[in-house]
Unconditional design. Structure first.
Length: 219
């Protein structure tokens, strides 16, 4: 990541080697990073090839603008847990999510605007999911519920809500649950069999005794 990019996201330069250790050749570091990221996301999203068509999305104009914020993204799948950082920003023209390593290196950037959803060409690996898939999960979590419902009207998609939970259905079949607490948001993708916890980097949440989805994992 360039120094300008790190300053933009409030990040410090990551160290390429620990004190007293030899620096790895650049090709070896890239290979190790590619393998790590591919493993993390393939484990977390291995069932995504069976997802239905992308859900309808409300207009960007209905999403309240927010300044860039750094979030801790924790993926749980098959009793494994992996963590990345995400920089989320949105206004009435664009939604953007940049995935970063814990050391601050940019790995992948997803953009949704009036032209649809896409990955920018700065990715260091090929993700096992589409930009539309990733954008739809963020949409279910971020947009006001009334706007999601309006977008779903007349389609095979439905939304049910309670005070702290949203349930997304496709043709009457539960696709995902989104829980919101003061500590974090939890996207429980039922068919893909994984959970994604989105929390501020300062959050120190712990699981409850009943292991409910509304608890945040420790950092």
């Amino acid at each position: 990541m360039k120094q300008g990019d790190m300053a933009r996201y409030g990040l410090t330069r990551c160290e390429t080697a620990s004190s007293g250790q030899e620096r790895r050749p650049q090709g070896q570091k890239h290979s190790l990073l590619h393998g790590l990221l591919s493993g993390v996301l393939l484990l977390a999203l291995s069932a995504c090839s069976n997802i239905p068509p992308t859900s309808p999305a409300p207009s960007l104009a209905t999403l309240p603008p927010a300044t860039p914020s750094i979030q801790r993204l924790t993926f749980e799948h098959a009793n494994k847990r992996d963590t990345l950082l995400g920089v989320i920003r949105h206004d009435h023209q664009q939604l953007q999510l940049a995935l970063l390593s814990l050391q601050g290196q940019r790995l992948l950037t997803m953009v949704r605007d009036e032209n649809g959803s896409r990955f920018l060409p700065d990715a260091v690996f090929d993700p096992p999911f589409s930009a539309d898939w990733l954008a739809s999960r963020l949409t279910w979590s971020l947009w006001p519920k009334d706007d999601i419902q309006d977008a779903f009207n007349g389609t095979d998609w439905t939304l049910e809500t309670t005070a702290r939970q949203r349930r997304i259905y496709y043709r009457g079949r539960l696709k995902a649950r989104i829980d919101t607490t003061p500590q974090c948001r939890v996207i429980d993708d039922v068919e893909a069999g994984y959970r994604l916890y989105i929390a501020p980097t300062a959050a120190q949440g712990t699981k409850t005794q009943d292991d409910s989805t509304t608890a945040c994992p420790p950092p």
